[in-house]
Design a binder for this molecule. Structure first.
Ligand code: LK8
Length: 248
């Protein structure tokens, strides 16, 4: 049966989502602040330009896969996620993990020089030239920039990430009702902390980002399939297994 969700329950939910995020965020904001002005030299950029298409894709796939692993760990620590049916957990991660990677990437973005933390330093779009997918990279940078401009706090990033992941509208869910109930609580948690932070205006701006994420990720999957057409071996041998499982 459906118990009314108490304020105490929502506050506890907020605290555990924020803790799960902090434990699995891969890079702390303080670390990134300290590295803000470490940007690639001309020689280093030349080095990336001299990489072949599939070498550069391998490098990015490894980074993305690391990031996806941390998102999987974040999901596993979300209260209520383990109680969801196994198949539905895989389904939510298959469709939502790259979206959370993108939300988290906003923390790695420096709006002052439009660079993103990549491979140890902050990189502009030109670093990714060898990928031969400037439209994808532009879209990733634009999204990271627009998210970064919202200047979300870590708790706000944490709860928005949970909201993106626990999406009852994903196709093929077996027990949609259970995902809906968890989603409802996370929506309450988001409005609770935005109210506490006196930033209710952020609610609809955040909800507006959800369809943008969806569009971005279908562009990604198309690119990934384009790349796999060209270099099937690379994807087969070098893309980490979880990556293939999630985007195969
Ligand atoms: C140290 N920094 C990090 O760990 C961050 C966190 C996650 C990714 N990562 C990077 O290093 C990183 C940062 C910025 C950019 Cl633009 C990139 C390159 O991004 C991509 C290149 C190729 C394919 C990408 C695809 C595709 F198509 F595979 F789904 C999808 C996404 C979203 N990004 C792609 C990367 Cl790999």
């Amino acid at each position: 049966c459906q118990y009314p969700t108490s304020l105490l329950h929502i506050e506890e939910l907020c605290a555990s989502i924020v803790r799960s995020h902090r434990e699995t965020s891969q890079y702390r904001v303080e670390e990134l602040q300290a590295l803000r002005w470490k940007i690639f030299t001309r020689e280093e950029i030349q080095m990336y330009h001299s990489k072949s298409v599939d070498e550069m894709w391998q490098l990015c796939a490894d980074r993305l896969s690391d990031a996806v692993q941390y998102v999987v760990e974040f999901a596993k620590r979300l209260p209520g996620f383990r109680q969801i049916r196994q198949n539905d957990q895989i389904n939510l991660l298959k469709s939502g993990s790259m979206e959370v990677v993108l939300v988290r990437m906003s923390r790695l973005f420096n709006t002052e020089n439009s660079t993103v933390f990549f491979d140890g330093k902050f990189a502009g779009t030109e670093v990714f030239k060898s990928l031969l997918c400037a439209d994808l990279i532009m879209a990733v940078f634009d999204f990271a920039h627009s998210m970064s401009a919202l200047r979300l706090t870590e708790p706000q990033v944490a709860i928005f990430s949970a909201l993106v992941l626990i999406n009852p509208d994903r196709p093929g869910l077996e027990d949609r009702g259970r995902v809906q109930r968890l989603r409802k609580d996370i929506e309450l948690a988001l409005s609770h902390i935005l109210h506490r932070d006196n930033q209710e205006s952020l609610v609809h701006r955040l909800y507006q980002k959800v369809p943008v994420l969806k569009g971005l990720c279908s562009l990604h999957i198309d690119k990934l399939h384009w790349f796999r057409q060209l270099y099937p071996l690379t994807v087969h041998t070098h893309f980490p297994p979880l990556y293939k499982e999630l985007f195969g």
